[in-house]
Design a binder for this molecule. Sequence first.
Ligand code: F6R
Length: 241
Amino acid sequence: MIYLETETYSAASRLAADRIAELVTQKPDCVLGLATGSTPVGAYENLIRRHEEGLDFSRITTFNLDEYVGVPKSDPNSYDFFMRKNLFDGIGLSAASTHIPDGMAADPEAECLRYEAALAAAGDMDLQLLGLGLNGHIGFNEPGTPLDSQTHCTPLTASTRTANARFFASLDAVPTQALTMGLGTILRAKAVLLVVCGESKRAILDAALSGPVTPDVPASVLQRHPSLTVIYTPEAPHSSK
Ligand code: F6R
């Protein structure tokens, strides 16, 4: 494992973007696994700047970790909307090269199987970017999720719904279910980049990296990944998005 600690969120975001930009330069047709939430917003801003300076993203393919169930793409709270606003539009990516589980699918189980098949057909992620939930989740793999899980439909815990309520009009408006890559899916990435910002996540990060590998702390499964880079800063993300 490579562990990097920075003083500021800006520095952590720059490091994360550098790692992604390096991969895109070395392998212009790479497959990137991406995350939403507040953590990666700074890295995405850096990548948009790199694109404006000439970095070509036109041949990459992306797969997002997760999507809420029942939130249409046109809704600003959908992860599809978030990705277009915070990254895809800024680096010139069209829907054809980006993949996000369809939270509006009539048959969520079939959608999860379709997503796994699309990932496998693309050769899985060259690099998976992850944030960390306060309860140790990665993607929406909540505590108790089997360590070998594949893309699946999951109920969201009270902790996760409360943490994400800041984006919604009220706690009641936060979706109760999501589609998410599984822990086994994430482990298939050739490299993993875990970015963790804020003192409030220090304890769960320590548990994930140094405690037992257990479904109780889903991110602990990353100890089994042969190519894990962790970037930690005590500073919380600037964005409240
Ligand atoms: C987002 C995701 C989640 C977040 C995690 C941290 O696609 O899968 O696991 O990475 O909840 O969220 P933030 O960055 O908002 O603290």
